[in-house]
Design a protein around this ligand. Structure first.
Ligand code: F6R
Length: 288
């Protein structure tokens, strides 16, 4: 696992989009695993910008989303299918037939979970899986105590997750669907590469547990420590409870793998007026 710390959420999202763009350019038929949620919106905006301004091509790309609520039809604006159409698919040249989410309206949900696993397998597995992290420590909707070898299945949402997502349901937790279909932890671990993006001070505690704490089913994101190629991208706020920040910063500044991303990072900073002073660099480990 590597941890990359960027100055703010925009820079973190731009780095993730740059990694995706590089992989997609190298392999136009990329099988891309996608996540929803507030954190990903900047990533999708940046991918759209790259499509419009730099010709990033999604025409052969295939996508699999991590999860979908049970009981929300795809055209419900709060469904993850709607989110993906709105945030990304309708804004780039992807073929909608190549975009996949679990069907939360399926009559036979277990059969739907099996179908989803088979579809991923038929596409040759996921090349690059994008992940967020919930305040419960979940990846996808793999809530605490999810089996670390689990496959795509139905899952009841944890109260923390229902509270976190209530904002999309008029602020009323009672309106949040309490079940979802989610890729399993084992399914996610089979992706060739994983990138977890977390931003904001509200994620600092759970990021520290997932990255530097013990591997535990209580924090399913912690299982990414076992993944042979996982990059965690955080902004300063989300990194503020990590212990090893000096080493993580050194990796980004010195390892050859990150050289091209060092050059392209800070693109958004250049857009700022020249009379804006750069923010003082906070002490490693300092809390906001
Ligand atoms: C949603 C998903 C979730 C979110 C996580 C963070 O598809 O996979 O694991 O990534 O709940 O959500 P935000 O970004 O809204 O904090």
């Amino acid at each position: 696992m590597e941890v990359i710390i960027r100055p703010d959420e925009q820079a973190a999202a731009e780095l993730v989009a740059a990694i995706i763009a590089k992989e997609l350019t190298a392999r136009p038929q990329l099988v891309l695993g996608l996540a929803t949620g507030a954190t990903m919106e900047r990533v999708y905006d940046e991918l759209v910008r790259r499509h419009r301004e730099e010709g990033l091509d999604f025409s052969l790309c295939r996508t699999f989303n991590l999860d979908e609520y049970i009981g929300l039809p795809p055209d419900d604006p709060r469904s993850y299918r709607s989110y993906m159409n709105r945030q990304l698919f309708s804004r780039v040249n992807i073929d909608l037939r190549n975009t996949h989410l679990p069907d939360g309206m399926a009559q036979d949900l277990q059969a739907e979970c099996r179908r989803y696993e088979e579809l991923i397998s038929d596409c040759g597995g996921i090349d690059l899986q994008l992940l967020g992290i919930g305040r419960s420590g979940h990846i996808g909707f793999n809530e605490p105590l999810s089996a670390l070898r689990s496959r795509t299945r139905e899952k009841a949402l944890a109260p923390t997750t229902i509270a976190q997502n209530a904002i999309y349901f008029g602020g009323d937790p009672a309106k949040v669907p309490c079940r979802a279909i989610t890729m399993g932890v084992g399914t996610i671990l089979e992706a060739h590469r994983c990138i977890l993006l977390a931003t904001g001070a509200a994620k600092a505690d759970i990021v520290a547990k997932a990255v530097e704490g013990p591997i535990t089913a209580m924090v399913t994101a912690s299982v990414l420590q076992l993944h042979p190629r996982c990059t965690v991208v955080v902004d300063e706020a989300a990194a503020s409870r990590l212990q090893g920040t000096d080493y993580y910063r050194w990796i980004f500044e010195n390892e050859p793998e990150w050289a091209e991303f060092r050059r392209s990072s800070g693109r958004h900073v250049l857009r700022k007026p020249t009379n804006v002073q750069p923010r003082p660099r906070r002490r490693a480990g300092a809390r906001r």
